[in-house]
Design a protein around this ligand. Structure first.
Ligand code: NAD
Ligand code: TYD
Length: 348
């Protein structure tokens, strides 16, 4: 089977590519990635020479390129992760999110059905999405697969639109598909603009920790390799035309999470307890900030026997260790354009 994984040089994509390349020697994995600021081939140095792996640099926005690629490799399945993925960037530049997440997804869908529309037997288009399409929860309740879409940020709206496009291709053209909507991921190789890697980087460098608003916003955190395992289960055993919610059963307010992170870093860096917490600064809130996300993962648990394997304390500790041991990775991705982004976002 020829499988196209898009966005495989990014955070989650690189863990998914590694998992599939190592576990399934009978599949050939093609990793298509434009290598934007978030894509980094250093994430995959351990598998770069695997015989069942090919990297292709290219942009899902480029229609002729996408069509030629599908004709050339005749992908039996697509696992689609390529996206613009950071909420703050979607507030600064919403159109980039429409172009990649909506139009890019539509380009892949068109190329896929052009190839297989006469016989979809054994084919599938698996779209990786986010819980943010459901909007924001109050103090109670969980997102289920039946929760109505109510996206609040341009990022969430673009992902919601891409989910709708995938379902519409299933309904209109009979294209076999699956969608999963996952909660916040964390782990090695995440670009240091998202909360956890950004704060690890800042603590290491004695830079202030910008906590948006009152820090009482809640997220449901999942270790990235647990997401990769869920994707494997859904890809192989999930039902056609179904949606699966994936979550960590692990809610934290931002401020509690930050305190835990500070404590772990003080210990690991051999600093007196309380040192890193002194860097905390409450700053202007994110525009339209979603209050709480939390997933009801009972469907994937019951149907596919999936559950998170890594506890939060363990996962966070592994994540911190990875960043401390991979300072050259962090240094490479935080040079150049990153400095410009940081100044624009948080000031000098
Ligand atoms: P990421 O930003 O780390 O990686 C995205 C990857 O896509 C990068 O390698 C980038 O180079 C590539 N890419 C971007 N635009 C492209 C284009 N036009 N053509 C080809 N490649 C392009 O993102 P991530 O956090 O790994 O998220 C991956 C997917 O999972 C996204 O679809 C995201 O919406 C979804 N998701 C993320 C989370 C999370 O917590 N990070 C949670 C749920 C779902
Ligand atoms: P983030 O990692 O950007 O993920 P998402 O917005 O997709 O959930 O942010 C996680 C939470 O942390 C969110 O409530 C916003 C907050 N946050 C801060 O308080 N400060 C920051 O500098 C960042 C990047 C995020």
């Amino acid at each position: 089977m020829n499988i196209l994984i898009t966005g495989g040089a990014g955070f989650i994509g690189s863990h998914v590519v590694r998992h599939f390349v190592n576990k399934y020697s009978n599949y050939h994995i093609y990793n298509l990635d434009a290598l934007t600021y978030a894509g980094n081939l250093e994430n995959l140095t351990d598998i770069v020479n695997a015989p069942n792996y090919t990297f292709i640099k290219g942009d899902i926005k480029d229609i002729p390129f996408v069509n030629v690629l599908f004709e050339k490799y005749r992908f039996d399945a697509v696992i689609h992760l390529a996206a613009e993925s950071h909420v703050d960037r979607s507030i600064t530049n919403p159109n980039a999110f429409i172009e990649t997440n909506v139009l890019g997804t539509s380009n892949l869908l068109n190329a896929f059905i052009k190839l297989w529309k006469d016989n979809f037997e054994g084919k599938q288009f698996y779209h990786i999405s986010t819980d943010e399409v459901y909007g924001s929860l109050g103090k109670t309740g969980l997102f289920t697969e039946e929760t109505s879409y109510d996206p609040q940020s341009p990022y969430a709206a673009s992902k919601a639109a891409s989910d709708h496009m995938v379902r519409s291709f299933g309904n209109t053209f009979g294209m076999p598909y699956k969608i999963s909507n996952c909660s916040n991921n964390y782990g090695p190789n995440q670009f240091p603009e998202k909360l956890i890697p950004l704060f690890i980087h800042n603590i290491q460098n004695g830079i202030e920790l910008p906590v948006y608003g009152d820090g009482q916003y809640t997220r449901d955190w999942l270790y990235v390799t647990d997401h990769a395992l869920a994707i494997d289960k859904i890809f192989h055993k999930g039902k056609n035309a179904e949606t699966y919610n994936i979550g960590g059963l692990n809610e934290w307010t931002n401020i509690d999470l930050i305190h835990l992170l500070c404590k772990q870093l003080d210990e690991k860096l051999g600093k007196p307890e309380g040192t890193s917490e002194k860097l905390i600064r409450f700053v202007k809130d994110r525009a339209g900030h979603d209050k709480r996300y939390a997933i009801d993962a009972s469907k994937i648990q019951a149907e596919l026997n999936w559950g998170p394997q890594v506890t939060f304390e363990e996962g966070l500790s592994k994540t911190v260790d990875w960043y401390l041991q991979n300072s050259s990775w962090l240094k490479n991705v935080t040079s150049g354009a990153y400095q410009e982004y940081y100044k624009k976002m948080y000031g000098e």
